[in-house]
Design a protein around this ligand. Structure first.
Ligand SMILES: [Zn+2]
Length: 611
């Protein structure tokens, strides 16, 4: 029964592939100095219905709306014989072409000047192309294969780095369907490419930068260490359909810092050079490469498939992004690319974010994930109170991963860890793959993640409680106790220092409050908030942040001080505020000033040692 069904599916797939003519895209750059690209897209076998051409509103892996139609202009459509066809605009995101005879070629220009993981960038040095920002696609034609031809500016000797499949010439590529095409950013320029293999897999590092070949050679050796450590977590690499996994890096002074994961590649951009910011850049490499399992194949159900007409929503980004955020620095540590004090500092920052930010009290990690559409590169003109009500699911999920890893190790004396959880998620949801390239057939839900934790820990009640308290609830794990098992101390960074909140004034000469006052700060009770003018604390005139610090230096936690301010409507107010202790924390290795016990060292080595 099963076998017969599979046979039928293969037959149908083959037939439909042959029946659907590819959509042919051609990118050319007549004036790269003016930062625009000419696109030509040809559609055939359309039947008689109007062709609904769309520009994406979203981009795979970027969870907000971008409305890429905004940079499209000079749109013209033609029938097979060259007759120009009228276009209409049914909404701001598309063009509809009717009156054709089954074939349409659309030509348009597209401006783009942002080098990152989301947009298009064209200049005389390269074209950095994120497909959703660049291509018009036809509604209902998702299953059609595509060809993409790159035409360099006159005289330029550019090559293409991409996860697209190689086509019939060096500048021609193919994609099996729209999902895969949209997921395949391409760097077209004078890229330097290095290649290495780990077991049966090939990895390519394609770099456009202003540094030297020696910088790149040394750097790629470190990239390989990261690839090996992350491969060891899962015990294997995914099958990369084009035959290799490709890192597409642009380290250019005019880039914007970013990292964006794709199925068989990643785009990593930075203003910094390898020489100036090696460790930071490697941290992004470690994060993005981990995504070739987590998100690209172990995928939350809400992200499958990606919707190009509206934003996807997922309550699991604390796992998809947050756990990835944890594995970045953990991998750098295991690969010996950072020292233990630096790793402790990184983990300290994760914990601090979750412990101190008042957002945790009003939104759970699951709810923070659902805010991605608004906070992940979305723009707002109106004010929000996100600074006090949102913790990004990156550090939030990273802190949860840290707590879960240490808790699993703690309860099993190091036998079970988060690595086991990730491997179990991989085997159940990632490895089975998809019937069509670019799709994931078994995406997971939050219930699936909890069930997997129950299996890995062998304790359903533990799994339920962990999710209820830290992921769907508002509690914070006991990091001090968990980290002490690995020989790390969590301590107040400024012990004994009086604190009324992380209050900031607009400038050194102004007493106007620059940002929202959080409900967890002592001064919140006074009624002071953004735009109010702070006049006095404890009788001292306030003219800037330094004045606040000097008043606080004379006090200790528990002291009450009088605060005088004028609210933004002009009313003078006076209140008493009881000072607290500065809550900032840090994590330090026990051996810095103390001793690391043999038991702590064993626990730590199992966790942070090379795999
Ligand atoms: Zn990520």
């Amino acid at each position: 029964m099963k076998r017969a069904l599979i046979g039928l599916a293969i037959l149908w797939g083959t037939l439909s592939f042959h029946a659907a003519s590819p959509i042919a895209y051609r990118f050319s750059f007549p004036e790269p100095q003016h930062r625009w690209m000419q696109v030509e897209a040809s559609f055939t076998d359309l039947g008689s219905a109007p062709l609904e051409l769309r520009m994406s509103r979203a981009s795979p892996g970027r969870y907000s709306l971008h409305d890429f139609a905004k940079n499209v202009y000079d749109v013209r459509a033609f029938a097979a014989g060259g007759r120009e066809l009228p276009t209409t605009r049914p909404d701001p995101y598309g063009w509809t072409i009717s009156g054709h005879d089954g074939s349409v070629t659309v030509k348009y220009k597209l401006y783009g000047d942002r080098v990152d993981g989301t947009y298009l960038a064209v200049d005389t040095t390269h074209a950095h192309i994120n497909m959703p920002a660049a291509i018009m696609w036809g509604r209902g034609l998702d299953d059609r294969p595509a060809t993409v031809t790159f035409v360099p500016p006159q005289g330029a000797r550019w090559q293409v780095a991409t996860q697209l499949h190689a086509g019939s010439s060096p500048l021609e590529f193919t994609a099996p369907n729209l999902q895969y095409l949209m997921d395949s950013p391409s760097e077209f320029g004078p890229v330097a490419i290095r290649q290495f293999t780990v077991g049966p897999r090939t990895f390519r590092f394609a770099l456009h930068h202003t540094g030297t070949d020696a910088d790149l050679d040394g750097y790629v050796k470190d990239v390989e260490k990261i690839v090996r450590q992350e491969g060891a977590i899962f015990g294997e690499f995914p099958e990369y359909e084009p035959g290799a996994y490709t890192f597409l890096a642009d380290y250019l002074p005019w880039a914007s810092g970013d990292g964006m994961e794709h199925r068989n590649s990643t785009v990593i951009t930075s203003t910094a050079s390898i020489a100036a910011a090696r460790t930071d850049l490697l941290d992004t490499v470690a994060h993005e490469f981990f995504h070739c399992w987590n998100v690209e194949r172990i995928r939350p159900k809400g992200l499958e498939p990606f919707d190009f007409e509206r934003a996807n929503i997922s309550g699991e980004l604390w796992l998809a992004e947050g756990f990835t955020q944890y594995y970045g620095p953990l991998t750098l540590q295991r690969a010996r690319l950072v020292d233990v004090a630096a790793t402790a500092q990184t983990f300290g920052r994760l914990i601090e974010t979750v412990v101190e930010n008042s957002g945790r009290l009003v939104r759970s990690a699951e709810e923070m994930s659902r805010m991605a559409t608004f906070i992940d590169g979305g723009l707002t003109v109106d004010r929000t109170n996100w600074s006090t009500t949102i913790i990004s699911y990156y550090p939030f999920g990273g802190a949860i991963a840290l707590a879960l890893d240490l808790t699993l190790r703690d309860r099993s004396d190091g036998r079970v860890s988060l690595d086991d959880f990730m491997r179990a998620m991989w085997r159940k949801y990632g490895k089975p793959g998809g019937g069509r390239e670019g799709y994931v057939d078994h995406p997971y839900t939050i219930e699936d993640a909890e069930a997997t934790l129950a299996e890995v820990s062998g304790d359903g009640a533990f799994a339920r409680q962990f999710f209820a308290r830290y992921i769907q609830g508002h509690e914070v794990a006991d990091y001090a106790r968990l980290l002490s098992r690995a020989g790390f101390t969590v301590r107040k960074r400024n012990a004994g220092r009086a604190w009324l909140g992380d209050l900031h004034l607009e400038s050194r000469r102004s007493a106007r409050v620059a940002a929202l006052v959080a409900p967890t700060w002592p001064i919140y009770a006074s009624g002071l908030d953004q735009d109010d003018e702070l006049q006095q604390i404890d009788g001292q005139r306030i003219n800037g942040d330094n004045d606040i610090a000097s008043v606080l230096a004379r006090h200790k936690p528990g002291d009450a001080v009088q605060v005088v301010f004028v609210d933004r409507t002009g009313i003078a107010r006076t209140a008493r505020v009881t000072l607290a202790e500065d809550p900032d924390i840090e994590v330090v290795p026990a051996e810095h000033g103390g001793t690391l016990t043999a038991a702590q060292k064993t626990f730590r080595d199992l966790w942070l040692g090379a795999k």
